[in-house]
Design a protein around this ligand. Structure first.
Ligand code: ADP
Ligand code: MG
Length: 250
């Protein structure tokens, strides 16, 4: 089982990247479990025809009886979708939901039941504290990829995430496996990002151009890989899937 985390600043394109990546993996016959680790709980909606599912925290908080099927939803091409969820804004630690959700998935035997080939954690990386650091440590993820643009704030967040990974790496946890450049079309974007990657001792493993088909698909609750399988942008995600496997297995 490959355990991969996709980190990055809020709004940078993590969920878009993660869900298209999950869709691309599924087309090669792999079983993917995508776990949204953002209090927004919208990581998997484009794999579920736009449907927002109840997060693990929502389900637990409801106080009702529940089973695995209430937490794990089957999306496009069999991709397994989970949202960890977060607390009510202003109340409690936003990362707490992640810890609770991870415990619950194990307790219910989700991994034994579905036997995923790949677990994809989609994690908000603005602040890598408490719960948000969970996927990096505790043996959850083995490889961390960071989505960034060439914008300052996004590269700043990326640098912080790399620092957090390095701090934990001493104890044998996840390793930084590369940047995914999701372009915003700022000036000299590739050069700026390459320079930053070098400073992080990493590489840009994939460049994703801005593409209007992403919005068109999103409006229909889909990934581009599902809705426009023959488009250039879908090919980019399929190449990313190959590259990620190469890096993780290499
Ligand atoms: P995050 O999960 O990091 O918060 P999202 O994946 O939700 O970010 O993306 C934020 C917005 O940016 C979405 O509306 C998405 O459609 C858009 N977006 C992301 N990547 C691209 C891209 N390569 N081209 C065009 N729009 C994009
Ligand atoms: Mg997201």
């Amino acid at each position: 089982m490959l355990k991969i985390a996709i980190y990055g600043k809020g709004g940078i394109g993590k969920s878009t990247t993660a869900s298209n990546l999950a869709a691309a993996f599924s087309k090669t016959g792999l079983t993917v479990l995508q776990i949204g680790c953002d209090p927004k709980a919208d990581s998997t909606k484009n794999l579920l025809s736009g449907k927002k599912i109840d997060s693990v925290l929502d389900v637990i908080k409801s106080g009702k009886n529940y089973s695995i099927e209430d937490l794990v939803h089957i999306g496009y091409n069999g991709v397994l979708c989970v949202e960890a969820g977060g607390p009510t804004p202003g109340q409690g630690c936003a990362g707490r939901g992640i810890i609770t959700a991870f415990d619950k998935l194990e307790e219910l035997g989700v991994y034994e039941k579905y036997k995923p080939d790949i677990v994809l954690y989609d994690v908000l990386g603005d602040v890598v504290c408490g719960g948000f650091a969970m996927p990096i440590r505790g043996g959850y993820a083995d490889n961390v990829f960071i989505v960034t643009s060439g914008e300052m704030m996004s590269l700043y967040a990326a640098t912080n995430i790399v620092t957090a990974i390095e701090n934990f790496a001493k104890r044998g946890y996840a390793k930084f496996s590369g940047l995914i450049l999701n372009k915003r079309n700022i000036e000299n974007e590739l050069e700026v990002a390459q320079k930053a990657a070098k400073e992080m001792n990493g590489e840009i493993i994939c460049v994703i151009e801005r593409d209007n088909l992403i919005q068109v698909s999103e409006n229909q609750g889909k990934t581009v890989v599902e809705l426009f399988p023959e488009s250039n942008i879908s090919k980019v995600y399929e190449n990313l899937a190959r590259k990620v496997l190469e890096v993780c297995n290499g």
